[in-house]
Design a protein around this ligand. Structure first.
Ligand SMILES: Cc1cc2nc3c(=O)[nH]c(=O)nc-3n(C[C@H](O)[C@H](O)[C@H](O)COP(=O)(O)OP(=O)(O)OC[C@H]3O[C@@H](n4cnc5c(N)ncnc54)[C@H](O)[C@@H]3O)c2cc1C
Length: 566
């Protein structure tokens, strides 16, 4: 078995991982940096980001306004010191990307243009048409590959973290081309492995968004924070779930029910369709549940009408949306409304990290969607995520580099790697049971959609927990049909399902415990927000008997919790 060594390992090459790579390389050209990604970097989900990246770029806007919008959007569960730091850093990232060559959309005077987005009280989404993530990813990747001290391991699938004495020592990964397990030694590791939305069936996320890094950190002893908060985006295209950006509403699109009503008038009379996502998604689901959705072959839906924007504006501002709606929805938004319904879209929770992206495991950092430094609290505002990946990816790269320069490699025994080899090849690949991974995965996703969705109640959560635990048992009895080594996607999808089942369990247990409604966590049996008992973050720790929960306070600097009206 091969053992490689690098000072820093960055796991994940989406926006957060690439930004961390550049930042680490800029911190010192003497440290040896490796980027491990199960996909070619440009296939990371970040490339799908559409609508924009939030930053205060206009003198009429202000840091306090962006911070307050974020805190209010978060239903007051965000750590306000983190939010204040974030809003101040975000504009610097926009300028950096500009200097590195990103073609931001422009105003007629040639300035970086900004469009309105949900929950933001000022138009502060910088964008590149409706393909912002695509341009950001290409800009960062183009920059990251220029450093001589950075090596990319594309199509390496990380399977476990190696931690000794609560400090990172390295990790194990499968080289997908050969199928061999490789061990990496490292002084510092940055987790930047993205979200876990694929635990749901109707989702805007790509197939590889299976939360691997969250599960690896959890199993290695780092707590997962606020996992009950899963964002549902109001406009997943029916039937695929592919995202129709909030930018479509930012440009003036609106939502109608089967009676032809702009129903958001009843739910958010001031901000209407541009209220935060939790509010709009709940409103849509209520319209559907009460029988005012359109009926279609794929179930009830809501219509997103852009027809009044006209062909020229749609082609200029939303070319991808037009293309996607035509190809995958069978409608041309210039001529007819787009069928949509809420889709799982973001994980507010993740690996617990502090404002410097440090996790409770020494030398382990987390950034981007897999992390939770509690910037988004109970509900993230659109465009704050790409901005977060840039800001905190940058922080993580620098912190990891400084730490790596100050420390030595931790030794770890070969037994650790041999045990992991056994788990994967004898355990998962060697099993000869009669359960099939795709079947179990589909069952898990249906349970999560049905019982751990927008509206939650105790008995459904309990039954979901039981069913997920049953699937975990059945997973012991799988058979992966393909026993070969090269690019064995049967094996990697089994490993991904194993990770996802842990995350589904944590999500449900955290949701069961939180007996209030806040942000994206809406309990029909506890409809009110309860600041007296629940203005706290959930921490879930791995134990062999399942997740153990603990709670820590929310950091409040300036803004006391207030009623949330839009
Ligand atoms: C369709 C869509 C549109 C969006 N639009 C916007 C928007 O306009 N504005 C906004 O702010 N946010 C948007 N978001 C959210 C935002 O894009 C994501 O939250 C963000 O890009 C996540 O970036 P990341 O770097 O954390 O992870 P990702 O981009 O998901 O990258 C994860 C990386 O981890 C690697 N990885 C994962 N597991 C392993 C493993 N086991 N071993 C090795 N490597 C692994 C992958 O290969 C990949 O490189 C959108 C999301 C979607 C789905």
């Amino acid at each position: 078995m091969e053992i490689l060594a690098h000072d820093i390992l960055i796991v994940g090459a989406g926006l957060a991982g690439l930004r961390a790579t550049i930042s680490a390389a800029e911190t010192s050209n003497k440290i040896d940096i490796a980027v491990i990604s199960k996909l070619h970097p440009i296939r990371s989900h970040s490339v799908c980001a559409q609508g924009g990246t939030a930053a205060v770029m206009n003198e009429k806007d202000s840091f306090d306004l962006h911070a307050y919008d974020t805190v209010k959007g978060a239903d007051f569960l965000a750590d306000q010191d983190v939010v204040e730091f974030f809003v101040r850093q975000a504009p610097k990232e926009i300028i950096l990307l500009e200097h590195w060559g990103l073609p931001w959309s422009r105003t007629p005077e040639g300035k970086i243009d900004q469009r309105p987005f949900g929950g933001h009280s000022f138009p502060r989404a910088c964008f590149a048409a409706d393909m912002t993530g695509f341009y950001e990813m290409h800009t960062l990747y183009g920059k990251a590959i220029t450093y001589e001290n950075v090596k990319f391991y594309d199509e390496f699938f990380a399977t476990s973290l190696i931690v000794e004495n609560n400090a990172v020592a390295g990790l194990t990964a499968i080289d997908l081309k050969t199928g061999e397990l490789v061990a990496f030694k490292a002084k510092a590791i940055v987790m930047a492995t993205g979200g876990h939305e694929r635990i749901y069936e109707f989702t805007t996320f790509s197939h590889p968004s299976t939360g691997d890094g969250m599960a690896m950190a959890y199993r290695a002893g780092a707590p997962l924070e606020d996992m009950e908060f899963v964002q549902f985006h109001p406009t997943g295209l029916v039937p695929s779930g592919v995202l129709i950006t909030e930018g479509a509403r930012g440009e003036g699109g609106y939502l109608i029910n089967a009676l032809g009503e702009r129903f958001m008038q009843r739910y958010a009379p001031k901000m209407m369709e541009l209220a935060p996502r939790d509010v709009v998604a709940r409103a849509e689901q209520k319209e559907i549940n009460e029988g005012r959705g359109f009926t279609g072959p794929y179930g009830p839906y809501i219509a997103l009408d852009l027809t009044h924007l006209g062909e020229e504006k749609i082609n200029e501002r939303l070319p991808l949306i037009r293309d996607v709606a035509k190809r995958l929805g069978g409608v041309d938004p210039v001529k007819e409304p787009i069928p949509v319904r809420p889709a799982a879209h973001y994980s507010m929770g993740g690996i617990k990290a502090n404002i410097r992206t440090e996790t409770p495991i020494r030398g382990l950092y987390a950034a981007g969607e897999c992390a939770c430094y509690s910037l988004h609290g109970a509900n993230r505002l659109g465009t704050n995520s790409t901005a977060e990946c840039l800001v905190f990816g940058g922080v993580a790269g620098e912190e990891a580099a400084k730490y790596a320069m100050s420390t030595n490699f931790q030794e770890f025994s070969k037994e650790r790697v041999i045990a992991e080899e056994k788990r994967i090849y004898d355990g998962i690949l060697g099993r000869e049971g009669d359960e099939r991974v795709p079947q179990l995965r589909e069952e898990m996703r249906k349970i999560m959609d049905k019982k751990v969705g927008i509206f939650r109640v105790e008995n459904e959560l309990k039954s979901a927990l039981k069913e997920i635990r049953d699937i975990k048992e059945r997973f012991r009895n799988i058979r992966v049909e393909d026993k070969s080594k090269t690019f064995n996607t049967g094996l990697t999808t089994a490993l991904e399902l194993d990770f996802m089942l842990d995350l589904a369990e944590v999500t449900i247990i955290s949701a069961l415990a939180r007996t209030e409604s806040r942000g994206a966590h809406s309990r029909l049996d506890y409809p009110e927000r309860d600041d007296k008992n629940w203005l706290v973050h959930t921490l879930a720790y791995y134990t062999v008997d399942g997740p153990k929960l603990d709670y820590i306070p929310v950091t409040i600097t300036k803004w006391q919790p207030a009623a949330r009206k839009y």
